[in-house]
Design a protein around this ligand. Structure first.
Ligand code: GLA
Length: 753
């Protein structure tokens, strides 16, 4: 609900509260973002600055803004902290409260920027700027989040050049630590945690997109907060372009947070009567630690960000031909793969790059969406019909924002591509980006992608984008707006088509894309162990239902790591399961193992994709859990093993202490050919560890690893379920988990009726 009394505003529900007030001099004083509180608590939160500090400045006879926790600020007012607004050539002056309105729904954004949807209430605060502009601050209250955005109206008779306009600003009292998520291609989402100090921290992207370098989402926590307790606040931005956030503590103990479109090179001319809308910022609060914050964020995304048609809807298990074929395929190879994928249990066949134009490598053809008849003589519809006969739906890859200079499209329209201001041709993966601020470019993309989707009766699209932009500032923002318009035009009319967005993997994993694509390809790094970390770190800010997670070949092409197939499957279960390698290379035992994996995933798919997620305590490994209340699934993962490992336990959470549960570990196969010289001691016949007999046996036979089953109370399980011993180098016992490096187990915990 939204309450207001005596110049105090309170947005509040059972999970959180956001409160501020209008001061005597028309400033907005931030009072509280956190646990639910009452309107009458305003005074308790309000700062008491007494006679104030020295070196203060401010409008004559008014309070000194520099010492106030504010909801908005401007340059030249006496507030020397980061300003959320800057105009070129304007006389500096502040924004003062004018009036407010409330709505019992969201207030729609007018431009193509996406926004959170669903049940909500909105408070609009209007601030007046000396000289005639007005700034409208929108606060929308959802069940587990508050969103904020700002809209600037030019009510003057002169154009104004906006050089910076953040989506939100707030000053919170107290000390905080910050976690940001940084990285690169095939190295996404590496967390960095630091104290928020007096020098501040900037989290920004200037690549034209949200980027793998600095995800727009970040987390503030009170020192001492951990996975299960303490106050933690998550922030994010519903935007896929250049972003900027600065978080800085003041000497007086106020932490200022601003976030919005990157101001680098930003100049937006706002003519009289025009307005500029900023993307929506998202904030969630939890006093149940990082885990509670993540669950609040997951709920918000699943219910208010994901396209309505796909909310809580099971996602298909797909086979993607990219890592198996790259550009080298033809229809008969694809159909051979499809038949195998179908046998394994896959539901969707995704044809990745290489199907159009002269796209036989990444050097040519991008932009030319005419089917390559040498590879696909019967076109998209021919392939689709054959896939449908096999029993698979058809998915197709596009990279509509890019163009190779060696393409018919570029030869016909060189001016459609974005070029660096320097005049130097800056290529990325041999391509340029199209200028989506141009109507004709947007129309070309909409027409071509739509045509191919309809022709091929495509039920899934992988929308890729594989380079950084050369554009900054206003043009970069216009391209992002253009992209949103294009996505809306194509998929708004085809809501049943499942869109998976991708940008060289997770280079554009953000809430803006998730408003159109329910899922995102998390990383081009498909090494299972690397993926475990990427998915684990994504889970801080994004739900498992958004993470494309495929099983790939071992040894892995990026790390050369030889991870067991069981672990490759177990990690992909905690996301959207798919398979991506040459299935013609599969042995019969691997086929059987994958069939088992898919059968298991199908049985528990909804829990994996939409269950409540937890990162668990795991003294010797890494452990995560999903649960729908009735079925809880715990994954336990190891990296390098040590000899003589100690006892090991798992620590499931959120079970009912007094209820009895059955626990069962998922049956897993072991590749005996990996046991090396050990085989000499356990087999009745002498065999060479790397000899033909063992290698052939490894392809045809597998051993079942030990399983464990018991029943116990929730209380006992939560205090630690003691697991079967791991192999410890002293002999063989069929009850032992015979696991080496990169091993894992899945435990299924079910309420007994
Ligand atoms: C990018 C994607 C990959 C694949 C290739 C195709 O790298 O991230 O998954 O689609 O492009 O060129």
């Amino acid at each position: 609900m939204i309450l207001s009394d005596n110049n105090v505003f309170l947005l509040k529900n059972d999970n959180l509260a956001y409160m501020f007030r209008v001061t005597e001099h028309g400033n907005l004083e931030h009072l509280h973002f956190g646990a639910p509180v009452e309107l009458c608590d305003a005074d308790a939160f309000s700062v008491k600055y007494g006679t104030g500090w020295g070196s203060n400045s401010g409008p004559e006879g008014e309070e000194f803004p520099m010492y106030l926790p504010l909801e908005w600020s401007g340059l030249g007012t006496g507030d020397y902290r980061e300003s959320p607004t800057e105009f070129a050539g304007e006389d500096p002056a502040g924004f003062k409260f004018s009036h407010y309105k409330t709505y019992d729904e969201i207030v729609p954004i007018q431009c193509s920027l996406p926004q959170a949807k669903g049940k909500a209430e909105t408070l609009e605060i209007v601030l007046a700027y000396v000289g005639g502009m007005t700034l409208h601050l929108f606060y929308t209250l959802f069940d587990t989040a508050v969103t904020r955005r700002a809209v600037l109206y030019n009510n003057t008779d002169q154009p104004v050049t906006v050089t910076k306009l953040m989506s939100y600003m707030l000053d919170m009292q107290g000390e905080f630590e910050i976690t940001t998520f940084n990285g690169s291609w095939i190295a996404e989402m590496r967390p960095y945690r630091a104290e928020v100090g007096l020098s501040g921290i900037v989290n920004e992207s200037t690549t034209g997109f949200s980027s793998a370098m600095h995800n727009p989402g970040f987390i503030l926590n009170q020192p001492g907060a951990n996975e299960t307790s303490g106050e933690v606040i998550g922030f994010n931005l519903i935007y896929s372009g250049n972003h900027y956030a600065r978080i800085q503590r003041s000497h007086e103990g106020l932490t200022r947070i601003v976030q919005g479109i990157s101001p680098v090179d930003f100049e937006w001319e706002l003519k009289p009567a025009e307005f500029f809308e900023t993307p929506e910022g998202v904030m969630v609060y939890s006093n149940e630690g990082f885990g509670g914050m993540s669950r609040a964020m997951h709920r918000f995304i699943n219910e208010h960000i994901i396209p309505v048609t796909w909310q809580h809807k099971d996602r298909p298990i797909l086979y993607n031909d990219w890592e198996g074929c790259m550009f080298d395929f033809n229809e008969s190879k694809l159909l051979s793969l499809a038949k195998k994928a179908k046998k394994l249990g896959c539901e969707l066949f995704v044809l990745d790059d290489g199907w159009f134009g002269e796209r036989n490598s990444d050097k040519a053809g991008l932009g030319d969406y005419n089917v390559n008849k040498k590879k696909l003589p019967h076109g998209l519809s021919g392939l689709q019909k054959k896939l449908s006969d096999v029993g698979l739906a058809f998915g197709l890859w596009f990279e509509p924002e890019g163009v190779n200079p060696d393409s018919d499209l570029y030869r016909a329209h060189p001016d459609w591509a974005l070029h660096a201001n320097s005049g130097v041709t800056v290529l990325g993966r041999n391509e340029l980006l199209l200028d989506l601020s141009k109507q004709e470019v947007r129309d070309y993309i909409v027409e071509n992608v739509s045509r191919c989707i309809d022709e091929g009766k495509v039920s899934y699209v992988k929308w890729d984008m594989n380079r950084h932009s050369t554009a900054l500032g206003a043009i970069a923002h216009k391209c992002v707006l253009g992209l949103y318009e294009v996505l809306d035009r194509i998929f708004g009319e085809r809501p049943e088509v499942l869109l998976e967005s991708c940008s060289s993997g997770g280079n554009r994993f953000d809430l803006g894309m998730l408003c159109f694509s329910p899922q995102i390809w998390s990383s081009d790094d498909t090494d299972a162990i690397e993926r475990y970390h990427i998915q684990y770190n994504l889970s801080y800010l994004y739900p498992l239902s958004t993470m494309g997670a495929h099983v790939s070949a071992a040894p892995h092409s990026q790390t050369l790591r030889d991870t067991p197939l069981s672990t490759r499957g177990n990690i992909s279960f905690f996301g959207l399961l798919g398979y991506e390698f040459d299935l013609d290379d599969l042995s019969s035992v691997e086929t059987e193992e994958i069939m088992n994996q898919i059968e298991f995933y199908k049985e528990h798919r909804h829990v994996f994709q939409f269950g409540e997620f937890r990162r668990l305590r795991a003294p010797e490994g890494m452990s995560i859990q999903v649960s729908d209340g009735k079925t809880t699934i715990v994954g336990l993962f190891h990296e390098l093993v040590h000899a003589a490992p100690g006892y090991e336990r798992i620590f499931p959470e959120a079970l009912m202490p007094g209820k009895i549960y059955s626990v069962e570990s998922r049956k897993q196969l072991l590749n005996a050919s990996k046991f090396g010289g050990l085989l000499k001691f356990v087999l009745p016949v002498k065999v060479k560890p790397d000899g033909i007999v063992v290698r052939t046996a490894g392809k045809k036979y597998r051993m079942w690893d030990a399983t464990q089953a018991c029943s116990a109370s929730g209380a006992a399980l939560m205090s630690g379920l003691s697991l079967n011993a791991r192999f410890m180098g002293t002999g063989y016992d069929p009850q032992m988990r015979m696991q080496g490096d990169f091993s894992s187990n899945i435990y299924l915990i079910k309420e007994e009726s």
